[in-house]
Design a protein around this ligand. Structure first.
Ligand SMILES: NC(=O)C1=CN([C@@H]2O[C@H](COP(=O)(O)OP(=O)(O)OC[C@H]3O[C@@H](n4cnc5c(N)ncnc54)[C@H](OP(=O)(O)O)[C@@H]3O)[C@@H](O)[C@H]2O)C=CC1
Ligand SMILES: CCCCC/C=C/C=O
Length: 336
């Protein structure tokens, strides 16, 4: 008999997540039925979306999330013990899955991990998974960047932002990143070779852009939203493009009482901007192709993909709160 550890949402979030929002419990799993597999988590992904999406789930529910797991028992002829899979089973150490009953039309929720060669399977949650596809498709398909153009990225030292910046650099763009510490800013300039980077906590955004991009910005990859993004949007060039990927500055806010920011319509109209939001699941039909393209970028030495790893399943809440507070460079993961 298998017992899983899992985190439930003990209390709905109200503002920034706290320890008492989470409860670690144990649950006995049933015997495997025909067609089912039993998986054991190896790596768990810690992602910003968990905060806003959890506004819509009831207390007592397992905290949502994805993981890389190993099949430890199979009652399904198509899956073998020892295979590694990506699955969206939430914050739990063990899960029973029936692959044939999973929906295939939205965000991929289960697949056998492609062969990454000698690379860590943890990359399947980051650069070779959802954040990697977000960066690749969300930047190229929406910003449509051209060599020589000026690209601004917010949350630039995170999993998605750092990936977008490197794609932009490899296309020959002039890349400006914003992040929340001097250490991150140094890393963006020294390691990722961004053309300019600023600490948005200590430097006025408009002043930074007047300095680094006096003629304006062609593309803005927006991970943050709010007042920060309004300032960037007022520095766009005519016909600039904005890919609205996230709005992490609002995730801890009450959705019925969101922060007020300077209105954007004058900039959108008079600069004739294109501003488009997206959810990465819109590219679910080309998901594996995105992973392959990012794997090729790694093989060509065009991507640096740091991982910010916390050891121990029981430390998931701390890793999550730390990520929202900006403790990470690159992808945040928990190793079981
Ligand atoms: N649309 C989609 O389909 C997807 C959207 N996303 C979005 O992409 C963004 C980045 O995700 P991901 O790369 O996984 O996470 P990151 O690795 O970038 O981690 C989150 C980062 O956000 C920054 N941050 C936190 N609060 C604020 C704030 N108030 N203002 C500015 N920055 C803040 C912190 O860095 P710092 O020190 O710089 O403040 C923190 O490190 C998120 O908004 C996420 O929701 C991600 C995946 C898919
Ligand atoms: C359930 C996975 C959602 C991924 C899209 C993320 C959006 C914002 O972070």
């Amino acid at each position: 008999m298998v017992v899983t550890k899992k985190f439930i949402l003990e209390k709905s979030f109200n503002g920034a997540p706290r320890d008492d929002n989470f409860k670690l419990i144990e649950e006995q799993l049933d015997e495997l039925k025909n067609g089912e597999i039993l998986v054991e988590a190896i790596w768990l992904s810690v992602d910003p979306y968990i905060r806003p999406y959890s506004n819509h789930v009831s207390p007592g529910t397992t905290v949502m999330g994805t993981q890389i797991a190993k099949i430890i028992k199979s009652n399904n002829k198509d899956y073998k013990e020892g295979q590694k899979v990506f699955c969206s089973t939430g914050w739990r150490t063990h899960s029973i899955i029936n692959p044939s009953t999973l929906g295939k039309d939205k965000m991929p929720s289960f697949y056998v991990l492609p062969d990454f060669g000698n690379l860590s399977c943890s990359l399947g949650l980051g650069v070779l998974g959802m954040p990697g596809n977000t960066a690749l498709f969300g930047f190229l398909n929406i910003c449509n960047p051209k060599p020589g153009e000026t690209v601004v990225i917010s949350a630039a030292a995170g999993a998605v932002g750092s990936h977008v910046g490197q794609i932009a650099k490899s296309l020959g763009c002039y890349v400006i990143g914003f992040a929340g510490s001097d250490h991150k800013v140094e890393w963006l300039k020294e390691v990722l070779k961004f053309d300019a980077a600023f600490n948005y906590k200590t430097k006025d955004v408009t002043a930074a852009l007047l300095e680094a991009a006096p003629h304006g910005v062609d593309c803005y990859f927006d991970n943050v939203g709010g007042e920060f993004s309004s300032s960037v949007i007022y520095r766009m060039k005519n016909f600039g493009r904005v890919s609205v990927c996230g709005s992490i500055s609002s995730y801890n806010a009450n959705p019925k009482d969101l922060p007020k920011v300077p209105m954007l319509q004058p900039a959108i109209v008079f600069k004739q901007l294109k501003i488009e939001g997206f959810i990465v699941s819109r590219w679910s039909d080309v998901w594996q192709n995105g992973i392959e393209r990012n794997l090729n970028l790694i093989k060509e030495g065009k991507l640096i993909y740091p991982e910010h790893i916390t050891q121990g399943f029981e430390n998931l809440p701390q890793a999550f709160m730390g990520m929202l507070n900006g403790e990470n460079i690159g992808k945040v993961l928990v190793k079981v």
